[in-house]
Design a binder for this molecule. Structure first.
Ligand code: NAD
Length: 291
């Protein structure tokens, strides 16, 4: 049986790891926080004492961490993955990070004889729980094929975006659009409600009109419209506003590098910056009200 090390069991990582267990993979897991480790242990995973302990026997390493600094440290740091993983292990980073960092870590992995792909995801926590995520892969095609059985246990769509780092570029383009769409949806519902139209009625109308989009139809930001959306639980869980702010920063960095105009992406970043500064960074990104 293939042994997988899974590192980073947050809102996304924990349900992804649970789906690997369900599919029959043997899992050794690590996180800095004890609560998700207990949950995974109850479901049949072995709990590791450190990243090195998690990866030393693993055929495949999967990481799902917040951002570039954590990924760099996990792979390149002292007693990190590149210093401790089994020879020939396939390394898969599913976090959303800077394309440059993804390329740098993959190159360092290659220099040590490991194959690494970037495989950021789309689909949110609901997609992670349901095993219907979209994986956006950068790296060699044969490495993607080696990863496919594990990725298929966690997701429904697997795209090969190109070489190392290309998965991150495609992901950041998607998330910049997501941030812009979320703000547009919040603005539209806010305007409608302030003018006396019921939020659920308005959402139903737009969902059948030309303003329809994912944030309105699947992830509605208004409390009381959609029982499954973070808005129905006080914006807890989901995709943190600070993570959206990070992604909009990555988009700005990528745009600067190629001089691509991103007027709306830059405005979205500023609005999420204000939201975060107002103390709402841990809430789901649909909680934004600093318009
Ligand atoms: P999260 O903050 O809920 O989880 C991150 C986890 O990593 C936490 O459990 C934390 O304890 C752990 N962690 C941090 N540093 C660590 C380390 N050095 N070693 C081990 N564990 C460590 O974040 P999330 O929502 O699960 O997102 C993870 C990544 O996926 C981010 O890059 C995010 O941008 C991306 N993403 C999130 C969503 C979403 O809807 N939440 C959707 C798509 C992509």
């Amino acid at each position: 049986m293939q042994q997988i090390a899974f590192i980073g069991l947050g809102n996304m990582g924990a349900p992804m790891a649970l789906n690997l267990l369900k599919a029959g993979f043997a899992l050794r897991v690590f996180d800095l926080s004890a609560e998700p480790l207990r949950r995974l242990a109850d479901a049949g995973a072995q709990v590791a004492a450190s990243p090195a302990d998690a990866v030393s026997d693993a055929d495949m390493v999967i990481s799902m961490l917040p951002a570039s600094p954590q990924v760099s440290r996990l792979y390149l740091g002292e007693q990190g993955v590149l210093a401790t993983a089994k020879a020939g292990a396939l390394l898969i980073d599913c976090s959303t990070i800077a394309a440059g960092t993804a390329r740098e870590v993959a190159a360092a992995a290659a220099a040590r004889g490991y194959t690494m792909i970037d495989a950021p995801v789309s689909g949110g926590t609901a997609g992670a729980a349901a095993g219907t995520l979209t994986f956006i892969v950068g790296g060699a095609a044969d490495a993607l094929e080696r990863a496919r059985p594990a990725l298929s246990a966690m997701g429904k769509n697997i795209f090969h975006a190109g070489d190392s780092g290309a998965g991150q570029v495609a992901k950041i383009c998607n998330n910049m659009l997501l941030g812009v769409q979320m703000i547009g949806t919040i603005e539209a519902i806010n305007l409608g409600v302030a003018s006396g139209v019921d939020a659920a009625v308005l959402s139903e109308i737009i969902a059948k009109s030309s303003g329809r989009n994912w944030t309105l139809e699947v992830y509605n930001p208004w409390p009381g419209v959609m029982a499954t959306a973070p808005a129905a639980r006080g914006y807890a869980g989901g995709f943190g506003s600070d993570l959206m702010l990070k992604d909009l920063g990555l988009a700005a960095e990528a745009a600067e590098a190629v001089q691509a105009p991103i007027a709306l992406g830059a405005l979205a970043r500023e609005l999420y910056r204000r939201h975060s500064a107002a103390g709402h960074g841990a809430l789901d990104f649909s909680s934004l009200r600093e318009l």
